[in-house]
Design a protein around this ligand. Structure first.
Ligand SMILES: C[S@@+](CC[C@H](N)C(=O)[O-])C[C@H]1O[C@@H](n2cnc3c(N)ncnc32)[C@H](O)[C@@H]1O
Length: 300
């Protein structure tokens, strides 16, 4: 199949969308129409809904060139759409995305919902820790829902932290979020939080060759965690009780097959109320728990 040029001489918005959707679909791209719409809207500098109002409008040669280049990179190099257009919506927040961060996934909204369940009061002034913030998606979504909470967001990647900081400023949430560089609980030694949340890397190195080609464009450090994919989840569970305030909430995103193992580890580590949360496709994607209560002698 050739790119949508030069025949016919004039391509309307609708024709460009139809051609590209078919092309992406033939290549096995998962969401062909959505991807085509996002790329065309970006090439035209409009929002996606505008395309529907302009279906019969011809695209100019300059617009077609810009679109063709985006289609080429999506189809040929399998660059994720979010990286091509530089933005991804998460929890209704428009987030900047670069090749330095994992593009936030809709599945991760399950983690945000589980975390918010652990802090049900909107007006809570809780201290919240997110480990491995990437674009800042989870920390910013929680900050937007809990307007008095103070959030600490960490990452091992300084480049990712720069993106997260830009997102916090863009959304006007920077006053309530501190960003710290370092591994696991290293940046917050000696501190305790009412909620600790993480979507850590959890893919197995051994699966690398079977993964979608898009993942090759995302940072390795955001994806892989040792041969079995459990290395970071294991460390997070082992370390968490030292950083949870009494009865503090803890929530982890993981791969569906990892849920029973991690739930078991959490109980072994002394956490209670262990819950497995399912995503929209009913797959177990998050395990949450409550940290130990204070010893009875400290109560009252
Ligand atoms: C799966 S991505 C999640 C990004 C973002 N929180 C989200 O949900 O879209 C994992 C993030 O953890 C970071 N990371 C990897 N190893 C880490 C470690 N040992 N300590 C802290 N962060 C780590 C990566 O740089 C990456 O940004």
């Amino acid at each position: 199949m050739t790119a949508p040029d030069p025949k016919p001489q004039t391509w309307t918005i609708l024709e460009l969308l139809r051609w590209t959707t078919q092309h992406f679909s033939d290549l096995g791209i998962e969401t062909p129409r959505l991807d085509a719409e996002c790329l065309l809207a970006s090439a035209l500098g409009v929002d996606r809904m505008r395309l529907y109002l302009d279906f019969d409008k011809p695209a100019s040669p300059g617009e077609r060139d810009a679109f063709r280049e985006l289609v080429r990179r999506r189809a040929g190099e399998r660059v994720p759409v979010a990286q091509l257009i530089g933005v991804k919506e998460f929890w209704s927040l428009p987030l900047l995305v670069t090749a330095d961060v994992l593009s936030p996934r809709p599945d991760t909204e399950t983690l945000v919902a589980a975390a918010l369940d652990r802090l049900p009061e909107r007006d809570t002034d809780a201290r919240i820790l997110e480990i491995g913030t990437g674009s800042g998606a989870v920390a910013l979504a929680i900050a937007s829902e809990r307007p008095r909470a103070r959030i600490t967001a960490t990452d091992v990647s300084p480049a990712a932290l720069k993106v997260a900081e830009r997102n916090a400023r863009k959304l006007g949430l920077e006053e309530r979020i501190e960003f710290l560089e370092g591994s696991l609980f290293g940046p917050v030694l000696g501190r305790r939080f009412e909620l600790v949340v993480s979507n850590p890397p959890y893919l197995a190195e051994s699966e690398r060759s079977q993964l979608a080609p898009e993942l090759a464009h995302e940072p390795d450090v955001a994806l892989f965690a040792g041969q079995d994919g459990l290395a970071i989840l294991r460390d997070l569970v082992a370390g968490c009780t030292a950083f949870l305030a009494p009865d503090g909430g803890f929530a982890l995103e993981l791969a569906p097959e990892q849920a029973p193992t991690v739930a078991h580890w959490l109980r072994e580590a002394g956490l209670g109320d262990v819950i497995t949360h399912r995503d929209l496709a009913q797959r177990p994607r998050v395990v949450s728990a409550r940290g130990p209560s204070p010893p009875t002698s400290e109560i009252g």
